[in-house]
Design a protein around this ligand. Structure first.
Ligand code: SF4
Length: 361
């Protein structure tokens, strides 16, 4: 069953490492954006009923309550099973969470990234560990217990001690889902641009090496396993029954429709996306978006291998990709069991390199 993604691209600050189509924005731009978004969602012809809805961004928890609930009213509810709102720590209130729940929200994703004050300060985040504890307590008190916490392994200033402390905070909070990403420098982020210029701002001189970040990630995987959170995708860990139904659609190539800035859509055959600049989004006629056909074979490997359960290639795919499969199996990065192919633990760490070889160019 399909999913819906909605983007609210405004944040309280721009984090140094972030390359998302997001920014601080003015009251005027937020108002114009929300009006355009409501128009876009309201004009959509629903030929199917969504099963999942994900509000991401940006920081959708900053959206005024009334606008967010108006937006959710435009989505068919009959089959909705999972409705997630991404939140920055410290942007929740009892009133907002109660209103979201009344509008159907049943899952919250907290963009924590770190519990360490030095890492937080140097990447531009505003919360403290205490803020996250208060948010989780508030959510639980009101009855919203399906909570994800995001962490990043390899942030500037991260040390073995600070990473272990972040994992200890996560353990204490006992949330049923966590996403742990290995830090990647994006050239379009402020940090990435500073590195390209050879500058010192944004703590460019305090970056853990790639090897150290990978080591932090592996320690995280083991700690999360001990917490009962099993890896089901390269960066996602959950207790049984708490996997993100929405995100699984991306990796299983199920259809979804995206609304708002830089939102992507896939109908099972073709992909299309909205503009990634605010002015272009506000100006563009969304009826004339460019579509591009999806390559099922490539994507089966490229996105499917991200899942811990792996994929079952077709007979044609085994033939088509015989060389990269043999190469990475021999290197111990791919495992082949019966009709299933999956990344090994070591393969997860070089997954981008592996995926490149499944591109049909
Ligand atoms: S990391 Fe999240 S909170 Fe920070 S600027 Fe990017 S979208 Fe906003």
């Amino acid at each position: 069953m399909p999913g819906v993604y909605i983007s609210y691209p405004f944040c309280n600050q721009k984090c140094s490492f972030c390359n998302f189509a997001s920014g601080v924005g003015t009251g005027d731009s937020q108002g114009r954006y929300t009006a355009a978004l409501l128009h876009e969602v309201g004009a959509h012809q629903w030929t199917w009923l969504p099963e999942t809805l994900y509000l991401g961004g940006g920081t959708p928890s900053l959206m005024p309550i009334e606008q967010l609930t108006n937006l959710l009213r435009l989505i068919p509810r009959e089959r909705l099973m999972e409705v997630t709102v991404e939140c920055a720590p410290g942007t929740l209130s009892e009133a907002s969470v109660r209103a979201w729940m009344k509008a159907g929200v049943n899952r919250v994703s907290l963009g924590v990234q770190s519990f360490d004050p030095t890492e937080l300060r140097h990447t531009g985040r505003r919360h403290r560990a205490e803020t996250v504890r208060e948010d989780v307590a508030l959510l639980r008190r009101i009855g919203l217990t399906n909570i994800n916490i995001d962490l990043i392994a390899g942030l500037p200033h991260q040390t073995p001690q600070s990473w272990n402390a972040s994992l200890a905070h996560l353990e204490q909070l006992e949330v049923p889902h966590s996403s742990v990403y290995i830090f990647e420098i994006d050239e379009d982020s402020r940090l990435g641009k500073e590195i390209l210029l050879g500058g010192q701002r944004y703590s460019t001189g305090f970056m853990p090496s790639e090897e150290t970040a990978a080591q932090f990630y592996e320690e995280g995987v083991a700690r999360l396993r001990d917490m009962g959170l099993q890896r089901y995708e390269i960066s996602n860990f959950a207790r049984p029954g708490f996997q993100s139904r929405h995100n699984l659609k991306y990796w299983k190539r199920e259809p979804y429709v995206g609304f708002g800035l830089d939102a992507h859509s896939f109908d099972g055959t073709v992909r299309w996306s909205n503009p990634d600049s605010l002015e272009a989004y506000l100006a563009v006629s969304l009826e004339n978006r460019e579509v591009e056909p999806a390559c099922a074979e490539e994507e089966h490997f490229f996105v499917g291998l991200r899942l811990t359960e792996g994929i079952q290639p077709t007979a044609d795919e085994w033939r088509q990709f015989a060389r990269p499969i043999a190469k990475w199996k021999e290197a111990g990065m791919l495992q082949h069991e019966g009709s299933t192919l999956r990344l090994s633990d070591a393969g997860v760490l070089v997954s981008n390199e592996i995926f490149q070889e499944f591109l049909l160019v």
